[in-house]
Design a protein around this ligand. Structure first.
Ligand code: SF4
Ligand code: SF4
Length: 163
């Protein structure tokens, strides 16, 4: 069962990569291209979510522990530019992402959250990988990075608000 689940995650990851590569080769309005990219990422999420630890934690209502948002989300140049325009939650400094809603325990910018957040799931068997991404997650993101740069601009690392 675990092997079948891993095959499914691999297949979905490969499909995601093919779609990102195809999208990167298209020209046109940048924000429209990014909107399509985000839809592609969300579609990937719908497919893999039932097979992740996240689903096991919270069923269809979604996880509200916020552990994976105790971070600086990975961003690319265009995402950095967008996030810099949004209001930040200063009380989160040093503990949670500046967009994490600590009261509701969810993402305060869900509709425009970065690509990395859209494809981030705990695909391991333990909660330890909520905070420390599993190897499969790191590999998927690494394999996508240069293709994502075609669409989102250069990789910036963990988001740090511009002063
Ligand atoms: S990675 Fe962990 S903290 Fe984040 S949504 Fe999944 S189960 Fe919840
Ligand atoms: S942008 Fe949203 S989903 Fe991503 S780390 Fe921040 S609060 Fe979490």
């Amino acid at each position: 069962m675990w092997a079948r689940r891993n095959d499914k995650l691999l297949r979905d990851g490969e499909r995601l990569k093919r779609r990102v590569v195809r999208l990167g080769s298209l020209s046109g309005d940048k924000w429209r291209q990014i909107a399509v990219l985000y839809r592609v990422a969300d579609k990937y999420g719908v497919g893999v979510y039932p097979h992740t630890y996240c689903h096991g934690m919270a069923g269809d209502t979604g996880c509200v522990t916020g552990v994976c948002c105790a971070c600086k989300p990975d961003v690319f140049a265009w995402e950095q530019e967008l996030l810099d325009r949004l209001p930040k939650r200063l009380a989160n400094a040093g503990e949670f992402c500046p967009f994490f809603n600590r009261t509701k325990k969810n993402c305060g910018i869900y509709a425009v959250r970065p690509f990395a957040c859209r494809v981030y799931y705990n695909v391991a068997r333990s909660r330890l990988s909520c905070r420390n991404p599993a190897e499969e997650t790191l590999q998927l993101f690494d394999s996508l990075k240069r293709h994502l740069e075609e669409i989102l601009g250069s990789y910036q690392g963990g988001y740090i608000p511009k002063q």
